[in-house]
Design a binder for this molecule. Structure first.
Ligand code: GLC
Length: 746
């Protein structure tokens, strides 16, 4: 088991999965022995409940459509339905009318919050605050487990280095180390100490594997990469979640190196089951078993069922392939009875772990449904998480924070007064009326004397400019402008990749028109991904990236705008200057012909170095970047030895001082470079971080303990380990601004 050392030199020991206790395994085997073939297949069939999407919320409709299927043991559960009464009614049919009384699973996409909508996961990742992220997941578990849900299809841990991909919002960005620590925190938050606890839910780490690297950033396209890149960049967060005890895994849609993940034995058998010893449930993604046919890897449903079962996908979500094919394939002998039993065993173990056999109604609690939904504590958690997720990208001449006593503020933009958009594209259960718009947050925050004017300015993504005039008119009357631009919930998320990731529609034209007023102006961005912002960065004095912050969006943005909270977020993903730079990320290789010059230097027009003719190599904002209303000074980087042997460790420390006038939090980031290896190594890799609060004038010494494990990698022969040679340890406020010290591993 690999240990990871983080900045506070606390060893993070992952806990192993919950192996079946004797009593439980006896019960499972006993039940299994009584089940008919049909009943076994029924335990692998998983359907969505009756519901319909009304915009960002899914209105679940209680229905009797599943009563017979439940009674006959033909489904193992339902997903994306909820309600204490409704789920209790279906459980009652299962445990009183079905032959073997096996309770139901109720799964759901509780991706970032439930009724109290949390910031999108990419926003939470920008907080780098593991305790806050864990709490956010815990709140989601508290709320959803009160209304029958006992399984969430989260955390999504797909590393992504291509912001064109719509689902980048669901993960933790580009870096495997940060994504791994966040995956662990989310599993802890969802699952707590015991799955049988009525306030915890089973996690489902997804989408296994490498779904975040689709060709050209377009959702569902093929993924093709070396095993080295897979193991170094894309697998670590899945492994971290599983070592943290994630109960289930969801396989990805994508074709991986020629074999779709749903049928990929290397991923599911070799890596997941054999190397990581994962013996929990693997659930397919939505109809992904059936999709083996259009993928062209299965000629028909029978072959699709065979391939998925052979790869050890246990539960068929929505494809109805297992339900229609498994019995015949077992009877024909092409799928072994033991394969079927293994899958059913894992499902029954999950249901035992959730305590459903002891008390099938434990998650359907009308009392809790009334009392434990959107409590002050839960809403405050969403506010705290949201504030910490905001990244200050620019603040020329300390324009921000604004005074609460400004005479007249103009709040302009299509996302300023759009509460429903604040819940984001993966919030089935959040309700628009609970979300605080940015305009409302501002209105509540400023003094009664301040007049707050509002104009939409333009539509979200069409080219109408008829609203510009009104926006310019209120801008003329205001002392300062707050311009809220970016993406609505349908501009990102599943199936919502964008080939161009600038401000949609005519929003940039609106901004340019408002800039002509020469009024002090802050751009507040709402987005589910990095946007290309070169003009905004060059011409606007202040920029806040607020991502999509959920129920408490307006309150969180207002706290930052008016200085009640000093922004502390750091980018979990690189912001490119333009789409042509993608994929672009901080932990790139050095290459044989690096270019650090000025791409516009006329002397360098024809120079055989790695550069573009039309844009510099550097991103607009690097990984780990984020400003504060105060300033932090790094000094005194000390290394306790300059030579270490493989069984020793090096301790490095740095002093961080708040040299500004207000308290602030800083994310101290530690990076390593391995200068020479049997394979080329990245110019830097994140190996630790710590978020610290410093009062004005206060200093703190932050440490990192570097062992051989921290320096290990997949060597030329793909073995995991270290190699002797020169290393650099770097520390700083972002990946591009670091102090460095060298040392040698003997
Ligand atoms: C979707 C997503 C997956 C989600 C599942 C159930 O297509 O890919 O993340 O959990 O289906 O809604």
């Amino acid at each position: 088991m690999r240990k990871f050392i983080i900045a506070v030199s606390t060893l993070v020991f992952a806990c192993t999965g919950s192996g079946p206790s004797n009593e439980k395994s006896t019960k499972v085997e006993d039940l299994l022995s009584k089940m008919t073939l049909e009943e076994k297949v029924g335990q692998l069939n998983f359907l969505i409940g009756d519901g319909f999407n009304t915009g960002p919320t899914l209105m679940t409709r209680e229905s009797n459509n599943f009563d017979v299927l439940v009674k006959e043991g033909k489904i193992t559960g339902l997903f994306n339905v909820y309600g204490a009464k409704y789920t209790a009614r279906l459980q009652k049919i299962a445990v009183e009318q079905s032959r073997l009384k096996i309770p139901l699973l109720f799964g759901a996409d509780v991706i970032h919050g439930f009724k109290t909508v949390a910031p999108i996961p990419l926003a939470e990742a920008a907080s780098w605050d593991l305790a806050e992220i864990e709490r956010s997941a815990q709140v989601a578990a508290e709320e959803s487990s009160a209304v029958g849900i006992n399984w969430t299809f989260a955390p999504m841990v797909d590393v992504c280095r291509d912001p064109r991909w719509g689902r980048v919002l669901e993960g933790a960005g580009e870096d495997p180390f940060l994504a791994s620590r966040i995956a662990e925190a989310r599993v802890r938050g969802f699952q707590g100490k015991s799955l049988a606890d009525a306030r915890t839910i089973a996690a489902c780490v997804k989408h296994f594997a490498a779904y975040g690297a689709p060709l050209a950033g377009r959702d569902y396209t093929e993924v093709d990469m070396s095993e080295r890149q897979l193991r170094e960049v894309y697998l670590p967060p899945y492994e971290a979640a599983i070592k943290q005890g994630a109960a289930t895994v969801m396989n990805a849609f994508n074709d991986f190196n020629g074999i779709p993940a749903t049928a990929n034995k290397f991923l599911l058998q070799q890596v997941l089951r054999k190397e990581w010893k994962f013996n929990g449930v693997v659930v397919s993604d939505w109809q992904s078993i059936g999709e083996l046919i259009p993928h062209g890897i299965a000629a028909d449903s029978a072959q699709a069922a065979q391939l998925a079962m052979d790869a050890s996908v246990d539960v068929d979500m929505m494809a109805n392939v297992y339900a229609s094919q498994l019995i015949r394939l077992i009877q024909a002998g092409s799928i072994k009875q033991s394969q079927l039993d293994d899958a059913v065993r894992r499902v029954l173990q999950l249901k035992f772990d959730l305590g459903l056999f002891d008390d099938p109604y434990r998650y359907s609690n009308e009392e809790r449904e009334k009392k434990e939904m959107r409590t002050d504590a839960q809403v405050n958690s969403a506010l705290s998480m949201a504030k910490k997720s905001i990244v200050l990208l620019k603040n020329e001449n300390e324009l921000l924070p604004f005074s609460k006593d400004e005479s007249t503020l103009a709040v302009i933009g299509p996302l300023a007064n759009a509460p429903a958009e604040m819940n984001g594209s993966w919030s089935f259960f959040g309700e628009p009326q609970h979300a605080v718009s940015i305009l409302d947050g501002i209105r509540k925050k400023v003094s009664p004397k301040t007049s707050v004017l509002f104009a939409e300015g333009c539509n979200l993504y069409d080219d109408a400019t008829d609203k510009f005039a009104q926006a310019k008119a209120i801008a003329q009357r205001a002392s300062k402008l707050i311009v809220v631009l970016g993406e609505s919930a349908v501009m990102n998320g599943e199936g919502a990749s964008r080939s161009s990731i600038g401000l949609p529609g005519v929003q940039l034209d609106l901004l340019k028109a408002l800039a002509e007023t020469k009024k002090p102006l802050v751009v507040v961005l709402v987005s589910g991904r990095p946007l290309t912002l070169e003009w905004v960065d060059q011409h606007m004095p202040a920029i806040l990236e607020t991502w999509t912050l959920g129920s408490e969006a307006g309150n969180a943005v207002a706290e930052v705008l008016f200085g009640d909270y000093n922004p502390s977020g750091k980018l979990p993903i690189t912001f490119p200057r333009n789409e042509g730079q993608i994929p672009i990320y901080y932990s790139h290789k050095h290459g044989g012909r690096p270019y650090e010059g000025d791409y516009q230097d006329p002397l360098n027009v024809r120079i055989y170095k790695s550069k573009y003719r039309d844009v510099r190599n550097e991103p607009l904002y690097p990984f780990g970047y984020g400003l504060s209303y105060t300033k932090f000074e790094y000094s005194n980087l000390i290394i306790d030895k300059e030579k270490m042997s493989t069984d020793e460790s090096v301790e490095v420390s740095v002093t961080v001082k708040n040299v500004g006038k207000v308290a602030g939090e800083e994310v101290v980031q530690w990076y390593i470079r391995d200068w020479v290896g049997s394979v080329t190594r990245p110019v830097k890799e994140l190996k630790g971080f710590e978020k610290i609060l410093l009062q004005p004038g206060e200093s703190k010494t932050v440490k990192l303990n570097i062992t051989s494990e921290v320096l290990s990698f997949y060597r030329a022969d793909m073995s995991w380990g270290v190699e002797p040679g020169k290393f650099s340890v770097m520390v700083g406020t972002n990946s591009a601004n670091v102090l460095a010290k060298d040392f040698v591993l003997n």
